[in-house]
Design a binder for this molecule. Structure first.
Ligand SMILES: [Mn+2]
Length: 425
C-alpha cells in the first residue's frame, strides 16, 4: 500500500494547474447547461476491473521481455491492483483466470481484498491450454470437442471455476473458447455449434441463480480456419438458448478490421443481452494495445452508444461488467493499465456530455451535419480535468501515472520481488 501522504503531496504540486483547467471546463459546460459535479459523480461511480493476467509483461508468439518486479502469486497480483486503485480510485476489482489464480486460502484472500478495498470481478475459465497431468487434451477443442470425455473435462473445469468464484464472492463466469478448426472439412460446423451449446447449458445449470455467464466471441486466431463462436450473433444465439443470465461479452479487439462495433453494442443493448465489456485497443486485430490508443473516435462512438443505452429507460439491459483485457509488451504493465483506465474514463465523460435531446432532434429532422457535429464537438472537448477532479475528490491522484513514477513504485517492486515474471498470457 502507498502512504496517503505521497498522493497528497503529488496533488498539492499539481493543484494550481489542475484548478485552472477545471475552472475553464466548468464555465464551458455551464454555458451548455451542464452541471459539472453531476458528471464528476458519474465518473467516480464508474469502476473498471483489472485482469490478473495483465499485471505481468505479455508475450508475443516469439518472446517476452519483462522488466522485473512482477507479481509472483495471487496475493501480489491483488497488491498491484490495490496500488492501481489507490492511485486512480477507479479500479476496485480484479478478474481471475483459473488455474493461474487458484486461491490456496480463500479466507486470507478475502481479507487481503478487503484491506486493498477490492472485490473479485469475474472468474475466467481456461480451456485453451492443456494443464499438467490433464487426462485428455484440448488440442482439437474443449466444449465443442467431438468426444464427450473431453467436453466433460472442460465442463467440469468451468464448474470448478464457479466454485472458486463462490469462495471469493464473485458472481460472474466468463467463457472464451479457442475452439474451432484449422482446415476446411476438419470440423462439422453445425455439430460443433450444437455441442458447444449443450456444454454451456450444462455449465449454466451448475451456476447459482444470481450469477451471470458472459460468452465472448472472436472471429479468428492465427492458424485457424473457423472459430466456433466467431461473432456476436453466435454468442447472442447461445445466450438465448441457454438462459436469461447468459449475456454477450464484447471484447473490442475481437472484430475484423472496420467492423462497426458501436452498432453491435447498440443491437445487443436493444435486445438486453450486452453483459460485459473487455477494453483494449488494436490496429489490425486482437493486438491488446492500450485502450483508445489507435482509434479514439471509434472508441468515443462506442461509448456514446453505451451511454445512450444506459440512459434510456426503455432499454432493459442489465448493468455491464467493465474490464480491461490487454497485454503489455513494452510498457510497464501498471502504467499501461493506469493509462487505459484514464482513456476509458475520459471517453465515458465525453459520452456523458453529448446533448442527447439535440441529437435526437437532429436525427428526427434528418439534419445530418448537425447530428454529426454534436458528436464531433463533444469528442473534441478536452475532458481530462473531469477525470482528474473525480480522482482527486475521492483521494486518488490528479495524475496517477506521474504519481506512480515520482513515488518510484516499480523500483521498489523490483527491489522487493526481484526479476520475477507473472503468470498470464
Ligand atoms: Mn477478452
Amino acid at each position: 500500500m502507498l502512504s496517503n501522504d505521497i498522493i497528497q503531496h503529488h496533488n498539492e504540486k499539481l493543484q494550481a494547474e489542475h484548478q485552472f483547467k477545471l475552472t475553464y471546463l466548468t464555465e464551458l459546460l455551464d454555458r451548455k447547461g451542464i452541471d459539472i459535479q453531476t458528471i464528476i459523480d458519474k465518473i467516480k461511480a464508474f469502476q473498471v476491473a483489472i485482469p490478473s493476467w495483465a499485471l505481468g509483461t505479455g508475450g508475443t508468439r516469439f518472446g517476452r521481455f519483462p522488466n522485473g518486479g512482477e507479481p509472483r502469486n495471487l496475493e501480489e497480483k491483488i497488491e498491484d491492483v490495490g496500488l492501481i486503485h489507490q492511485l486512480n480510485r477507479s479500479s476496485n476489482s480484479i478478474s481471475l483466470h483459473i488455474p493461474w489464480d487458484i486461491p490456496s486460502d480463500a479466507n486470507a484472500i478475502k481479507q487481503l481484498l478487503k484491506a486493498n478495498d477490492l472485490t473479485i470481478d469475474s472468474v475466467n475459465s481456461n480451456t485453451f491450454q492443456d494443464q499438467k497431468d490433464q487426462p485428455y487434451s484440448y488440442k482439437f477443442g474443449s466444449l465443442s470437442h467431438s468426444k464427450s470425455e473431453v467436453r466433460d473435462l472442460a465442463i467440469q473445469h468451468n464448474i470448478q471455476c464457479i466454485e472458486y468464484g463462490k469462495m471469493l464472492d464473485s458472481k460472474v463466469l466468463t467463457v472464451w473458447l479457442a475452439d474451432g478448426s484449422n482446415f476446411p472439412g476438419q470440423s462439422h460446423l453445425r455439430g460443433a455449434y450444437q455441442r458447444t451449446n449443450d456444454s454451456l447449458s450444462s455449465i449454466y445449470k451448475s451456476m447459482p441463480d444470481d450469477w451471470t455467464m458472459l460468452i465472448e466471441y472472436k472471429p479468428y486466431e492465427p492458424h485457424f480456419y473457423s472459430m466456433v463462436i466467431p461473432d456476436w450473433g453466435t454468442s447472442y444465439s447461445l445466450c438465448q438458448n441457454i438462459g436469461k443470465n447468459a449475456q454477450v461479452l464484447v471484447d473490442l479487439g475481437h472484430h475484423l478490421p472496420n467492423t462497426n462495433i458501436e452498432q453491435i453494442v447498440g443491437r445487443l443493448m436493444h435486445f438486453g443481452r450486452l453483459g460485459g465489456f473487455h477494453f483494449n485497443g488494436s490496429m489490425y486485430g486482437d493486438d491488446d494495445l492500450t485502450t483508445g490508443s489507435i482509434k479514439p473516435y471509434q472508441f468515443f462512438l462506442i461509448f456514446n452508444e453505451l451511454v445512450d443505452g444506459m440512459q434510456d429507460p426503455s432499454v432493459k439491459n442489465p448493468p455491464l461488467a467493465w474490464m480491461i483485457d490487454a497485454s503489455h509488451n513494452t510498457k510497464d504493465p501498471i502504467e499501461d493499465l493506469l493509462q487505459s483506465v484514464n482513456a476509458i474514463l475520459t471517453t465515458y465523460a465525453k459520452a456523458l456530455l453529448v446533448d442527447r435531446v439535440a441529437l435526437v432532434d437532429a436525427q428526427e429532422n434528418n439534419d445530418v451535419l448537425r447530428a454529426e457535429e454534436l458528436l464531433r464537438d463533444t469528442f473534441l472537448t478536452d475532458a481530462r480535468a473531469l477525470v482528474a477532479e473525480a480522482s482527486r475528490q475521492v483521494g486518488g491522484a490528479i495524475d496517477p501515472i506521474a504519481a506512480f513514477r515520482s513515488a518510484k513504485i516499480r523500483e521498489s517492486l523490483v527491489e522487493k520481488r526481484g526479476f520475477s515474471v507473472a503468470t498470464g498470457l
